[in-house]
Write a new protein. Sequence first.
Length: 323
Amino acid sequence: MNILKKNSSQILVHILFWILFIMVSLFVFSPYYWRENPFLQYISILVVIVYVNNLILLPYFVKKKMYAWYVFVIALISFLATQLYCYEFAQCGCSIMKCLSDYLWQTLVPLIFFSFVWVLYRFIDKQEEVEQIKKEHLEMELKFLKSQINPHVLFNNLNTIYSYALEKPNETPELILRLSDNLKHVLYESNAKKIPLHKEIQFIDNYMTFQELRTEGVNTIVYNKSIENENNQIAPLLLITIIENAFKHSSLNSEILVSIIEKNGVLECVCENDFTEKDHDLAEFKIGLQNLEKRLELLYKDHFEFTITQDSKFKVYLKLNLV
């Protein structure tokens, strides 16, 4: 559709120019030298020169970057075309300088105009190519960053289910369903650019259920959630990185706070956890958060706030404008 639209616009430009050129030549300058001269032959020469220039000369010399040679060739062609018209078609019998002064500008105007149009559309094509490359690069980078979400979460969930299958078999089916929902979310729903907020929250709810079971008796989990509009759209798998980081690097026998609040199209996610100096020194401690920040820059640009602070606790704060 874009190619058709672009080609149609070029054809329209060409048609309008030739109509205007013919009208000006015949009606404005006719008393000067067109009335008795073979105008049709002159237009024929111009059309041939213009489209040989557009289809052969310009692409060749621009590709080779032989700009000086191009100017020389065009000047030579314009000179010879003017002489051909003067002495073969019009047979005006005028001098070379008189011929050039009367007819050369008529040759150069279409050449210069259509050369400009060719360069303009070529520039537009290049810009579209650059934008397409940027778009493809952005999509590849997003897919790469999304793939960095640690798969160990799924393995931990499977271990939890295995333990419950041995100790509390009656509760196992519900856990399997929750794991199935999360696998479906990661494998299929997360491929979309944005999804309804309620799907992402359901994924977080399932994750928190597994974490509460897995860390029972080891950590205290405080999970606060308040969602005003569950139909707002959000990029998938953003919040899990923050939450997973809090659980992965929290100290034993400590409290982990997870808060998700959405109001008036603004979502705030806060995670707090204790940490040990040993964990703090690990580069891995912030790799996931750094990848998340890159995703946020690519997806939300100036529509988010992301901060990491550490005092007695490690705190990550994310604010997103969803609308």
